[in-house]
Design a protein around this ligand. Structure first.
Ligand SMILES: Nc1ncnc2c1ncn2[C@@H]1O[C@H](COP(=O)(O)OP(=O)(O)OP(=O)(O)O)[C@@H](O)[C@H]1O
Length: 647
């Protein structure tokens, strides 16, 4: 983290600490407490929404569970604050795991519906379980007494501030670790994530549990802040408000949730004070005009793109002088703000601010420095060798059938892959090559047949466990983690090397730092190996297509595979790049890694493959050395649609 960032954080905490002294109004102190509490919840919600990319409509319910756990423990059992809060985190985390179970089966809008149902059920349960929750009458709670001193509103402000700073610290460390990368990876490409050994199921549950724990913390703090809780608070409106706050503030940032919390808590107050509304709306209009002037001059946006935002913000500022009671139009203004942010600032307000900052200070996000300063920069090998001790088969696929409805994409296919060889898989379009890859890597479970890898039957196991066994792959349609940099993509492939726990991540123990450093060095050298060292900090989605394919190879090698499946690696490469690719595959083989290669560039196949298998209409029609296959009549017929003689 840069010194400027550290200083800004210290200044922000110091400013928050002196706020009650310079602004001692109890009403505003209470508002700031609510902002702090909401910010804690939103930081957790951002893990699910921003990082994992799922829409949760169950977070008001999780907030309610946290609130009621603390409330019930205090009301029924007189459990002290310092025990009630961790208990709330644990109970809500458990409910988060329950909420995540459907996430294993469904996602997108279906998951949103399931979480909505969860929210409704929880609200009904809180209402109905009168013996525990006091039903609609609610529960009264007092702020704690510590060492004979009754905690006041101002004292409580500091308690929430400490909780918020700790929450920020913990979330930041988690999201910047291999765990955060796993969350992002499963959002960007669940298939690639599974094939890199990062189980989508496990990490979705992990994200929900963490997020729920944060909601539990926020909920329990809310109970003591309000001193009275009732079921109606944790309704559908609140859940929508939370989602909007994350989206408006800016997902995948730490400041976004804080800003989102400020907006949703302060907006009703801003709108009920016309003077304050005028000042703020004029401020927003001035900032928009200034940005528009800059963006048009710097040719970042066109006049046409900026006309509507300018009209809306200036109209808002002017309307303040014609309307005396703006609070009636509260929902309209809120709606306009949401539309504005979703349409013009898809990454939220902080995402927009960051994009401007990055323009001036690119080094702020380019946090992975060039690690390789010494050594042979041409060919650095970062993967342990796989000595080929015997001539046996590394993989045997027996009688594989893969049926999609009435179509047999693979029909009784047998494959035997020799250890240490480069095995080509060719065939016309639709012959079943990619389906074979998908069956071997567990993405498809074959309708019949079995696969033995390294003496183990792997049929029916998950892609992540097959990856763990040592089978890595690239994809025909590139499956990179687009929003991550090149080096971060490779680091996902190195996920298996991280053995440290969540606690190690939070406290940055020596074990954690050691594993992180060695993974970064390995990732950098893998990038060097595929010739992408200079693009280590570039977001994967910004790389040219050919380079994206090379990055996939580096990421697959990071898994330390004994079998590497390359699906059309030469597609999109230029002639010199293809030459480089051939020598790269040869080098991979020379380190004992067995390769299965699907390729339409016959020169690549013929120059490096030891054996070639030819598929046609899901069946193996030929197998042998490249030369033998090339002159096989059936093969010529399949490729050229004529007889060998004619060909
Ligand atoms: N998930 C699926 N559902 C239904 N049919 C599928 C599915 N996956 C593949 N197929 C079908 O199986 C057949 C084999 O497809 P596959 O993608 O394996 O061919 P391929 O040899 O890799 O072709 P190409 O060279 O064009 O990539 C095709 O007819 C395809 O439409």
């Amino acid at each position: 983290m840069s010194a400027v960032k550290n200083i800004s954080i210290v200044l922000a905490i110091a400013a928050a600490a002196v706020l009650p002294t310079v602004w001692p109004n109890p009403y505003y102190i209470h508002l700031m407490v609510v902002i702090g509490i909401y910010a804690i919840l939103l930081l957790g919600l951002d893990i699910v929404v921003g990082y994992v990319g799922e829409v949760s409509l169950g977070h008001a319910a999780l907030f309610g569970i946290g609130s009621y756990t603390a409330g019930v423990l205090h009301f029924q059992l007189a459990v002290p604050f310092l025990l009630a809060v961790p208990a709330s985190i644990a109970v809500t985390g458990l409910f988060g795991a329950i909420l995540a179970l459907p996430a294993l089966r469904v996602n997108g809008p279906y998951l949103a519906m399931v979480t909505l149902a969860f929210g409704t059920i929880i609200q009904i349960l809180i209402n109905e379980m009168t013996f525990l929750t006091n039903g609609p009458l609610g529960l009264s709670v007092r702020k704690p007494i510590w060492f004979g001193h009754q905690i006041t509103g101002t004292d409580y402000y500091y308690i929430v501030l400490v909780a918020l700073v700790l929450a920020l610290f913990v979330v930041q460390r988690i999201l910047k670790s291999h765990l955060g990368r796993a969350f992002e990876a499963l959002h960007d490409s669940p298939i690639a994530s599974d094939c890199m050994g990062v189980s989508v199921y496990a990490y979705k549950v992990y994200a929900f549990v963490l997020s729920a724990g944060m909601a539990g913390l926020a909920g329990s703090l809310f109970t003591y802040s309000e001193e009275y809780i009732s079921p109606n608070t944790y309704n559908f409106e609140l859940t929508i408000l939370f989602l909007l706050a994350v989206i408006m503030g800016g997902r995948k940032t730490r400041t976004g949730p804080i800003l989102g919390a400020i907006i949703v808590v302060m907006l009703p107050n801003v709108l009920s004070d016309i003077d304050l509304f005028r000042k703020i709306s004029i401020g927003i209009a001035v900032i928009t005009v200034m940005y528009a002037a800059y963006a048009i001059t710097a040719r970042i946006r066109s006049v046409r793109q900026l006309t509507l935002p300018l009209i809306v913000t200036i109209s808002l500022a002017v309307s303040g002088f014609f309307i005396s009671d703006i609070s009636e139009h509260r929902l309209t203004i809120f709606g306009v703000m949401i539309l504005f942010v979703v349409y013009y600032l898809p990454n939220g307000i902080m995402g927009f601010v960051r994009s401007i900052v990055v323009r001036f200070r690119p080094q702020w996000i380019h946090r992975h420095v060039q690690i390789l300063e010494h050594g042979d920069k041409q060919h650095i090998w970062a993967v342990p060798d796989h000595p080929v001790t015997s001539n046996g088969f590394l993989l045997e696929a027996r009688n594989i059938v893969m049926q999609f409805g009435g179509l047999k994409a693979l029909n009784d296919v047998n494959l035997q892959i020799k250890k240490g060889s480069v095995h080509g898989l060719i065939g016309p379009n639709g012959s079943g090559k990619s389906t074979t890859m998908n069956v071997l890597t567990g993405i498809y479970s074959p309708t019949a047949g079995e696969i033995e890898f390294n003496g183990k039957i792997i049929t029916g196991t998950t892609p992540s466990s097959i990856a763990g066994e040592g089978i890595a792959r690239t994809f025909q349609n590139v499956q990179l983690f687009g929003e991550m940099t090149a080096i971060e993509n490779v680091l996902v492939g190195l996920h298996h090397t991280f053995r440290h726990s969540l606690i190690d991540v939070v406290f940055q123990t020596p074990r954690c730092r050691k594993e992180k450093n060695s993974a970064e060095v390995r990732a950098a050298s893998l990038l060097q190996f595929v010739g992408l060292a200079d693009l280590a900090n570039e977001e994967a989605r910004n790389l040219p297509y050919g380079k994206q394919r090379l990055l996939e190879i580096a990421r697959a090698l990071a898994l330390n595979p004994s079998l590497l499946l390359l699906d059309e690696p030469a597609a999109g490469l230029t002639a010199p790049d293809i030459k480089e690719l051939i020598s790269m595959i040869e080098k991979i083989r020379s380190h004992g890694i067995t390769v299965i290669l699907i390729e339409h560039h016959m020169d690549v196949v013929m120059s490096i493959c030891d054996t070639v298998t030819v598929l046609d209409f899901g069946q193996k029609i030929a197998e042998g050395t490249p030369a033998a296959v090339q002159s096989d009549e059936k093969v010529i017929e399949a490729y050229l649609g004529g007889s060998a003689k004619t060909a």
